[in-house]
Design a protein around this ligand. Structure first.
Ligand code: ATP
Ligand code: SF4
Ligand code: MG
Length: 339
């Protein structure tokens, strides 16, 4: 029997989101870009799962695949995405769309992506509740209550304003209010705090955490900011060049990273650098091109520990303890035994 981590909320038997062996390519004039390769992860009920990785690692592509918001040139080449047990990839587009703003909702990096600039906050917050019960007056009252909850001052009068009447931080609070108003089973937040200053970011993270607990929803939280992930998430998925290279509980990933890439990311995190420095360290080398097929380990050109096998064998997921896996040959038991 698998033991639960006592620090985590209890997980029900079936995860809200189950992604298995997902492969996705973008067709471009230069060839096919392999944006996701064999991606598998779960988001358990009432858990917050963070996705971290450098720019271009496929975080937003994964979020958009779940939301059904992929661009025309995207082709899913393998795998499945099950949401509440339903197969999102084989669902009619209409059925997928009807989940959005109901069981599934999303917060984007730029609040103006989600808000319509020519409509009042009031009309947008009432419309978003179209699946919900109650009169227009009741929906308006719920919207005001939620605006108050996310810290919009004087929501009774401000609900009639347009998005451009609010600051960037306030607009993001409004987007959060809209996303949670529908009480989704899964909330996807793609870099929701990246455009905000550090103080606002802390406030928004605390707000998201409180609302997640109140509603009991699951959250898939995409972020560059490891401090925010450590604060908000129960589990972390580390992506590199379209692959999940490591995943596990926040505690394991931050205190006992098993993959050289995770260790390199942590070493470059400004929040963890003890000495004062003018220049932040970066991981040497560049993310490999995603064009064409790959052999061996995807991280080998930048890995300080790469050895012969890394050039021709693609690492499988090796288990580290009860609840952590990483794709690195260094974790192969046979190698550990013979070393
Ligand atoms: P960031 O941290 O910068 O937001 P990300 O991890 O979200 O990065 P994605 O936006 O998912 O990365 O992009 C993954 C890869 O897919 C990148 O190489 C990107 O250039 C490519 N890509 C994304 N959208 C398209 C598209 N519509 N057509 C072609 N390539 C695309
Ligand atoms: Fe480095 Fe090899 Fe592990 Fe890849 S498999 S991370 S190249 S040691
Ligand atoms: Mg992105």
């Amino acid at each position: 029997m698998r033991r639960e981590d006592p620090q985590l909320p209890p997980s029900s038997s079936r995860p809200v989101l189950e992604i298995r062996n997902l492969g996705l390519e973008f067709g471009t004039p230069r060839g096919r870009i392999h944006a996701l390769r064999n991606v598998s992860l779960d988001v358990p009920a009432a858990h917050v799962v963070g996705i971290v990785g450098e720019s271009g690692s496929g975080k937003s592509t994964l979020a958009c695949a779940v939301m059904g918001l992929l661009p025309e040139n995207a082709v899913v080449t393998s795998g499945s995405i099950l949401f509440e047990g339903k197969d999102l990839l084989n669902m009619p587009a209409q059925a997928h769309r009807s989940l959005l703003g109901d069981r599934l909702s999303m917060i984007f990096q730029d609040p103006m992506t989600a808000l319509n600039p020519v409509r009042t906050i009031e009309s947008q917050m009432i419309d978003i509740q179209h699946h919900g019960q109650g009169s227009r007056g009741e929906k308006r009252a719920r919207a005001i209550e939620m605006l108050h909850r996310v810290g919009i001052p004087d929501p009774h009068s401000r609900i009639g304003a347009y998005p451009h009447h609010f600051s960037g931080g306030m607009r993001q609070r409004i987007c959060i209010a809209m996303a949670v108003l529908v009480k989704p089973a899964l909330l996807i937040a793609d870099e929701p705090t990246t455009a905000l200053d550090a103080t606002l970011e802390v406030q928004i993270i605390h707000l998201l955490k409180d609302l997640q607990k109140e509603i009991g929803c699951s959250v898939l939280f995409v972020s560059h900011h490891l401090g925010a992930v450590a604060e908000l998430c129960d589990r972390v998925v580390v992506m590199y060049a379209g692959e999940v290279v490591e995943q596990g509980t926040v505690r394991n990933i931050f205190h006992n990273p098993g993959h050289p890439y995770t260790r390199a990311l942590l070493e470059c995190d400004p929040g963890r650098i003890k000495k004062s420095t003018r220049t932040l360290p970066t991981i040497p080398g560049e993310v490999p091109s995603l064009l064409g097929s790959k052999v061996g380990c995807i991280f080998r050109t930048r890995c300080p520990q790469a050895f012969d096998r890394c050039a021709h064998d693609h690492p499988v997921e090796y288990r580290i303890g009860l609840d952590q896996v990483a794709r690195c040959h260094l974790l192969d038991e046979e190698r550990l035994v013979s070393a």
